[in-house]
Design a protein around this ligand. Structure first.
Ligand SMILES: *Cc1c(COP(=O)(O)O)cnc(C)c1O
Ligand SMILES: [Zn+2]
Length: 371
């Protein structure tokens, strides 16, 4: 295994990857330094799941891998307003969202360091994924969600036998409660824990392989806490550092206008998220008013000459309907990203390859505004 270590994004302190630790002693976010390697021939011969990129995944021992043979989701062409897009079918995971990518690597690492109990908070889907993988790993978990979370997500978490806590108030109140609980446990947070992002990064590897070892020109992705966007960024950086691609794709982030702290800061050229007064949105999965990795998300966007778009509730609902008419059933949060495809500025190259995602399954959420 190559030299990997955790490091603090503020004070630079380094820690072993096998420390039972999810934030720095100074309280700041940790990131993982890891040199990913790729052997195309080996990769092509392996099973079609995300563990085929084994040399790019930060788990020491195969015995610790917790997997449902997830990943390698189809990349399907879809027309939106007469234009061609490639859509990664991330709603087709075991738990119904791409969060399984992060959960598989994070729970494997947690097993590797011998932790037996974890805490996580989520607007629903990350909680579902962490609970499912924890069940498979025989690790007990407490999952905190806002009390208005969609009922299918609540029953899913309970079915995996996680201890479910429904917290009144805002998404941020839920995060604070989980944060306190994590003082006596291990925080398997999809926004704090760097191993989660080294799972979501596998979307980049799969797109690269599905485009016959090429990076797309543009990637249009949802952004709340940025677990998919930052994961994709890390993954394409891994590929670039290993000499597998020349250029990073341009990253386009999508937020719901009713809760768009990063869109606001992008427009106002701020380095971190702006304080906002969030309004309710049917895109519950990206309704994050205070994204802890805001600075990192904005830096990734700038680094690829990308930008952030915001979409209204009407645009989200209309995208949900249009997607359904094309034969795909996705949750409203996922429709926000598709709504942005209709609002992309004219691309300089009309033949540019634009990849986007269906981030969550339609069965995840009872529709909050059926018309
Ligand atoms: C988690 C999630 C997202 C993206 O959320 P982030 O907060 O940016 O990680 C998008 N769509 C769905 C369905 C999700 O579950
Ligand atoms: Zn520090």
């Amino acid at each position: 295994m190559n030299a990997a270590y955790l490091f603090c994004t503020r004070c630079g302190q380094q820690f072993s990857v096998n420390d039972i630790r999810w934030c720095c002693t100074c309280g700041s976010l940790l990131n993982l330094h890891f040199e990913a390697q790729f052997d195309k021939e080996k990769i092509s011969l392996r099973k079609p799941d995300l563990w085929r990129y084994r040399e790019a995944l930060p788990i020491n021992d195969d015995e610790n891998i917790i997997s449902f043979q997830e990943g390698f989701t189809p990349l399907i062409e879809m027309q939106v307003d007469g234009k061609k897009f490639l859509i990664k079918q991330e709603h087709l995971f075991q738990t119904g969202s791409y969060k399984d990518r992060g959960a598989s690597i994070l729970i494997s690492k947690i097993k590797e360091i011998g932790v037996k109990h974890i805490v996580e908070d989520s607007s629903g889907n990350a909680g579902c994924a962490i609970a499912a993988y924890a069940a498979r790993a025989d690790i007990s978990c407490d999952i905190y969600v806002p009390d208005r979370t969609s009922t299918p997500k609540l029953s899913q978490i309970k079915r995996y036998r996680a201890n479910l806590h429904r917290i009144p108030g805002s998404r941020e109140d839920t995060a604070k409660t989980a944060f306190l609980a994590a003082e006596h446990s291990y925080y398997a947070s999809h926004s704090w824990n760097p191993f989660f992002f080294h799972g979501t990064k596998t979307i980049a590897f799969e797109i690269w392989e599905q485009l016959v070892w090429k990076a797309p020109d543009y990637l249009v992705l949802p952004v709340g806490n940025g677990t998919l966007l930052l994961g994709a960024y890390i993954g394409f950086c891994d590929l670039q550092n290993a000499g597998m691609i020349e250029q990073l794709p341009t990253l386009i982030g999508v937020q719901a206008e009713n809760c768009a702290p990063l869109y606001q800061s992008f427009v106002h050229h701020q380095p971190d998220y702006e304080k906002i007064n969030p309004k309710p949105t049917i895109a519950e999965g990206i309704a994050i008013a205070e994204p802890v990795r805001g600075q990192e998300i904005l830096a990734a966007i700038h680094n690829t000459n990308g930008y952030i778009l915001s979409v209204t509730e009407n645009e989200i609902f209309s995208a949900l309907q249009k997607t359904g008419e094309a034969g795909f059933y996705i949750e409203p949060t996922a429709a926000a990203t598709i709504a942005a495809l209709s609002k992309l500025p004219v691309l300089r190259d009309p033949d540019a390859v634009v990849v986007s995602v269906f981030s969550g399954h339609g069965l995840k959420s009872q529709e909050k505004s059926i018309t």
